[in-house]
Design a binder for this molecule. Structure first.
Ligand SMILES: C[S@@+](CC[C@H](N)C(=O)[O-])C[C@H]1O[C@@H](n2cnc3c(N)ncnc32)[C@H](O)[C@@H]1O
Length: 268
């Protein structure tokens, strides 16, 4: 049994354990949300073809989007990028920090899925939103999918994974997520990750992650300050705005924020 005390942002899960990611967080778990996100991306004022995914991890969202969009996948972890390159060889991969990355080009849309959980201060969240704005073309859209927001956070005990690969390895986890201090903007996830090798050897890794849980008001005000027109939840993709008022495809994420970048400067 191994215990790990992580410094913020340097988690074994995305470092030396990254090769286990496809077993701990199987790709099929992302399919329904990805379908909804695809529809939300398509709701941008401009046609969306080129999409930047900030914090793309193992590329498990990307794998469901890559047939419809041309994706550039950015993550801070080379180990996670290596996993994603195997799954999504046709996508461009870039190493960088979503707070400060500047790729020197723009995209029709920017997606920041659950990796935004690793942003735990308002100043860092402002930087991430500014990164999204800097890479988003006028008329484009940026989508943010945090696991938690302050108002709806409640302590949870759960688990997941359970994937196996061709070699017989198996990975799963249990988690307890709780809020040590409701006055700040982060919560704590205590993970117990069980890794079983093909020969039956088992390692259990304990790792504690710090995850952002910002208020809805903070999200909306930071989006607005960056220059986006902010939307949240069902307002991102109202059925009324879809052809014939049809129900959006897939499943709306529990928490979804969008910034629409105006096509032209207001009042210009
Ligand atoms: C939960 S995983 C993302 C999984 C991803 N949605 C997928 O489809 O596989 C979180 C990811 O955020 C990345 N990350 C954390 N902080 C980051 C930062 N500041 N900039 C870029 N990536 C970051 C980690 O390296 C990790 O790959």
């Amino acid at each position: 049994m191994a215990f790990m005390a992580s410094t913020e942002g340097e988690y074994r899960l995305y470092g030396d354990l990254a090769q286990w990611w496809p077993l701990i967080s199987p790709t099929q778990e992302y399919a329904d949300e990805a379908a909804y996100l695809a529809a939300a991306l398509d709701s941008a004022e401009r046609p969306v073809r080129e999409v930047l995914d900030l914090g793309s991890g193992g590329g498990h969202v990307a794998v469901h989007l890559k047939d419809r969009f041309s994706l550039t996948l950015l993550d801070i972890s080379q180990d996670m990028l290596q996993v994603s390159r195997r799954l999504n060889p046709e996508c461009e991969h870039r190493q960088g920090d979503m707070r400060t990355a500047r790729l020197g080009r723009t995209f029709d849309a920017v997606l920041v899925h659950d990796a935004v959980d690793y942003i735990t201060s308002t100043d860092d969240l402002r930087q991430v939103i500014e990164t999204a704005f800097a890479h988003c073309r006028p008329g484009g859209i940026a989508l943010f999918v945090p696991d938690y927001v302050k108002e709806t956070f409640h302590e949870l005990t759960g688990g997941g994974g359970g994937g196996t690969d061709g070699s017989g390895r198996h990975g799963s986890f249990v988690e307890r997520t709780w809020d040590p201090d409701p006055a700040d903007d982060w919560v704590q996830a205590d993970y117990e990750i069980t890794l079983r090798e093909a020969d039956g050897t088992v390692e259990v890794v304990h790792e504690t992650h710090r995850l952002g849980a910002f208020s809805r008001a903070a999200w909306l005000s930071l989006l607005r300050a960056a220059g986006f027109e902010p939307r949240a939840g069902p307002a991102v993709l109202p059925a009324a705005g879809l052809p014939g008022g049809t129900k959006p495809a897939g499943r709306m994420p529990d928490n979804l924020f969008a910034g629409r970048r105006p096509a032209t400067r207001q009042g210009a």
